[in-house]
Design a protein around this ligand. Structure first.
Ligand SMILES: CC(=O)N[C@H](C=O)[C@@H](O)[C@H](O)[C@H](O)COP(=O)(O)O
Length: 229
């Protein structure tokens, strides 16, 4: 599917990810979670891992953002062209790629991955997962179709804010002309609305919609912290 980014304007994107060792870490389960999110109004879905991309692509009729996390430190979100090509081959309409300037395992650059992916899959779009304003501006110049604030607070460039990094969102929206998707620690509907009011193209929510253990933990802490003795 060739994605018209206008279809995501003013809409919610939902990230459906379960982590290694978790009970929901199963491609069929993630595809079902994705289907449920679409019923609720998600205009696009973001999934991690080749099997999850393949399984989710089978059942979705909204754009699919795919990524491949390899490792847990440094550049681990779709770190090389090999990973990006595999995401596209598995059915991702948009491939999310780490767009920070940190060294990649094979010494390649974001610009080289974008060029290599587009040479092979001209219709596939690139979402740049950025951690700073500089990343966003560079990624746009290097051919990213969507600018994401995904790595704000995770790449070492910015403090990890409680909730989304609204300051970065404001600066990126002002500086970039490509659609900006604000992603990362959007945990409440109020935060999602605040991000959109800044002028974001879309907001991407993961944990607060699709990670039951974390959501349960929030409620459990509130209940236990408020219980009368
Ligand atoms: C930093 C990193 O690796 N972020 C990942 C990117 O795909 C996911 O673990 C996040 O869940 C996703 O970005 C959505 O964010 P949140 O779950 O905070 O709504």
């Amino acid at each position: 599917m060739s994605v018209d980014l206008a279809s995501l304007k003013g809409r919610l994107v939902v990230s459906c990810q379960a982590y290694p060792g978790e009970a929901m870490r199963d491609p069929r389960t993630m595809a079902q979670v994705a289907q449920a999110a679409v019923v609720g109004g998600a205009a696009a879905i973001r999934v991690q891992g080749i099997d999850d991309i393949r399984e989710t692509a089978k059942v979705l009729d909204v754009p699919l953002i795919g990524l491949w996390k390899d490792g847990t430190t440094g550049v681990y979100i779709t770190p090389t062209l090999r990973h990006a090509l595999a995401c596209a081959e598995a059915g991702a309409d948009i491939v999310a790629i780490d767009a920070t300037s940190r060294p990649r395992p094979d010494g390649s650059t974001f610009a080289q991955i974008v060029a290599g992916l587009k040479a092979e899959y001209p219709d596939v779009l690139v979402m740049a997962d950025c951690g700073s304003l500089e990343d966003c501006v560079r990624a746009e110049a290097e051919g990213a179709d969507i600018i994401g604030t995904t790595l704000a607070g995770y790449s070492g460039d910015r403090e990890k804010t409680v909730g989304p990094d609204l300051e970065l969102a404001r600066e990126v929206i002002a500086a970039c002309s490509r659609p900006v998707v604000v992603e990362g620690r959007v945990h409440t509907v109020e935060q999602a609305a605040a991000v959109m009011a800044l002028g974001a193209h879309s907001v991407c929510v993961g944990t607060a919609i699709t990670h039951p253990s974390t959501i349960t933990g929030w409620f459990a802490a509130a209940v236990e912290g408020s219980a009368l003795r």
